[in-house]
Design a protein around this ligand. Structure first.
Ligand SMILES: Cc1cc2nc3c(=O)[nH]c(=O)nc-3n(C[C@H](O)[C@H](O)[C@H](O)COP(=O)(O)OP(=O)(O)OC[C@H]3O[C@@H](n4cnc5c(N)ncnc54)[C@H](O)[C@@H]3O)c2cc1C
Length: 497
């Protein structure tokens, strides 16, 4: 229960917002989350169609310790709120030419698959894993929840980052250790999970490899939505409040530049001492602070930065099972670098695909009616700033191309067994989530947009304004934003208590 009269409004209920809200509420502040949509979770929204439950966004849940830590704040256990099921293999990787690789924590199976593909790469992979562990220790353990507010904080860690080759790309670093092209792809695609092109994202992001090997990959019983609900049930038990269908229109500031409340779209004024914005970073400065001259420089700066790719998604259910698929499948098309260049640089919609195919019902059959299978397939596409196409027209055409490709190569009989289908396009990221350019992961995670160079967790000109979520340090992905919530809550508590 709150022990302070000071109130904090959190704008948005993504994992970053929820993480910060729990920490602040647990510390005795009075916290209210205001969410624009009709359900909480942000990108982790849930669709329920014809008896199927579709998680809209995150499905590969890693680093469960950062979630467990939230429950430990008040001596509770995550397992009392949600069951986390280990998933194996972590991913099934499938290539256009028929090659298949099951990536998991099973060392024997990993080594034997690598040896079969290219014997010389076993030693290289072992050295890569060691490297990835070192990057994890420096980049995740020490820095993920540390706010970078001053240039000095960046200067201090720069020698370690340079020693670890942070200036190289993920793909280039993996290639130093592993020579086979399929295996290079297998160990470099991870930066795509946080919106980064493996050919331009800093090698620091290879830490994801060790992070997965260290803790494993999990899926919550009932889907990612059940994890969101578990966290929110806990938040409410602590005395926190969440209101959905409540879009914030303005963050209110005094003449001296101190936050004193928010105004919602319905005209309601909610007074508070501080605001933690989990909303899109540019939307927050450009729209919610359009009246505040102290926000103008940040608006311009954020407009000039690079944004991650967007995604095109199809959530679909079938009356048929496809037994050779795993829970998480990554389907590599005939091109890797060329396709990523089309998406990240050229802004064209290619005819070939690299896809992520999610089959949650393999872990939790209750997410579909008996005998049915639930899926989502995701295709990375350029954001709207690079490729301003009309997705209302293009969406259904592109969906058919993807489903035809899946049917031809991996899911024979798919079209005849489809019982439900819906799509989500870059335009939906823009309109539903207020995401600038419809970017799926906010700012692109390049070295020059990371740590000190990313949006700071506390504004330096407007007092009482804080940020959490994918656009802030350390960046996108569930562990990233949950850690950003920790970094931000630390600053709020430092200032308010
Ligand atoms: C399809 C997809 C798959 C992904 N898969 C994975 C995965 O498997 N594993 C993983 O770790 N990560 C994954 N990610 C990344 C991860 O989901 C995100 O980085 C993370 O969930 C973003 O959280 P966030 O805290 O930034 O908030 P968001 O989820 O972006 O939520 C922000 C919230 O703010 C609300 N909002 C915006 N403006 C306002 C306003 N004015 N007033 C009130 N509310 C507002 C929005 O409605 C939204 O609910 C995936 C992302 C996507 C899109």
């Amino acid at each position: 229960m709150p022990t302070s009269k000071k109130k904090v409004v959190v704008i948005g209920s993504g994992f970053g917002g929820i993480s910060a809200a729990i920490r602040l509420q647990a510390a005795g502040l009075q916290v209210q989350i205001l969410e624009k949509r009709d359900q909480p979770g942000g990108r982790a929204y849930v669709y329920r169609d014809n008896g199927f439950t579709f998680d809209a966004g995150p499905t590969v849940i890693t680093a469960p310790e950062c979630l467990e830590e939230l429950f430990q704040l008040s001596g509770r256990k995550m397992s009392d709120y949600v069951e986390m099921i280990p998933v194996t293999p972590f991913y099934r990787l499938l290539w256009h030419d028929g090659y298949k690789f099951d990536y998991s924590n099973d060392t024997d199976s990993l080594y034997s698959q690598i040896a079969k593909k290219n014997a010389g790469d076993v030693e290289g992979y072992k050295r890569f894993l060691q490297y990835s562990e070192e990057v994890f220790n420096e980049g995740y353990t020490k820095l993920a929840a540390t706010p970078f507010l001053h240039l000095w904080s960046m200067v201090k860690v720069s020698p370690q980052l340079m020693r670890l080759g942070a200036y190289r790309s993920v793909y280039s670093m993996v290639s130093k250790f592993v020579k086979d092209e399929h295996l290079r792809q297998a160990f470099s695609f991870h930066s795509l999970l946080v919106g980064g092109n493996p050919f331009s994202t800093s090698a620091i992001y290879t830490l994801i490899h060790y992070l997965e090997r260290n803790w494993g990959v999990f899926f919550p019983k009932g889907g990612t939505g059940a994890l969101v609900h578990g966290l929110l049930r806990y938040f409410q038990e602590l005395g926190g409040d969440i209101t959905c269908n409540q879009e914030v229109r303005r963050i209110l500031t005094t003449e001296a530049g101190q936050v004193h409340g928010v105004e919602t779209k319905t005209g309601q004024i909610i007074d508070c001492t501080a605001v933690v914005a989990n909303s899109d970073v540019l939307h927050t400065y450009k729209d919610l602070l359009s009246h505040e001259k102290r926000a103008q420089a940040q608006t311009q700066k954020l407009k000039s930065m690079d944004y991650s790719m967007s995604l095109f998604l199809i959530y679909f259910g079938t009356s048929k099972k496809f037994p050779h698929l795993a829970h998480h499948n990554v389907i590599f098309g005939p091109r890797y670098k060329g396709l990523l260049t089309d998406i990240f640089k050229k802004g064209i919609l290619p005819d070939d695909f690299s896809l992520y195919l999610h089959v949650p019902t393999l872990t939790d059959p209750d997410l579909a009616p008996p005998g049915h299978e639930g899926f989502y397939v995701l295709s990375p596409v350029s954001h709207l700033g690079k490729m301003p196409i009309d997705w209302k027209k293009q969406g259904p055409i592109y969906a058919k191309q993807i489903l035809d490709y899946l049917e031809q190569k991996y899911m024979p009989g798919l079209s005849a067994s489809l019982v439900t289908q819906r799509i989500f396009t870059p335009e939906d990221f823009q309109t539903e989530l207020n995401a600038y350019h419809g970017a799926a992961f906010s700012l692109e995670p390049t070295l020059t947009q990371s740590a000190y160079f990313r949006l700071h967790n506390r504004d330096s000109k407007i007092s009482g304004l804080y940020f959490t979520g994918a656009g802030t340090h350390p960046g996108a992905g569930v562990p990233g934003v949950v850690n950003s919530g920790k970094a931000t809550a630390g600053l709020v508590l430092e200032d308010l208590l």
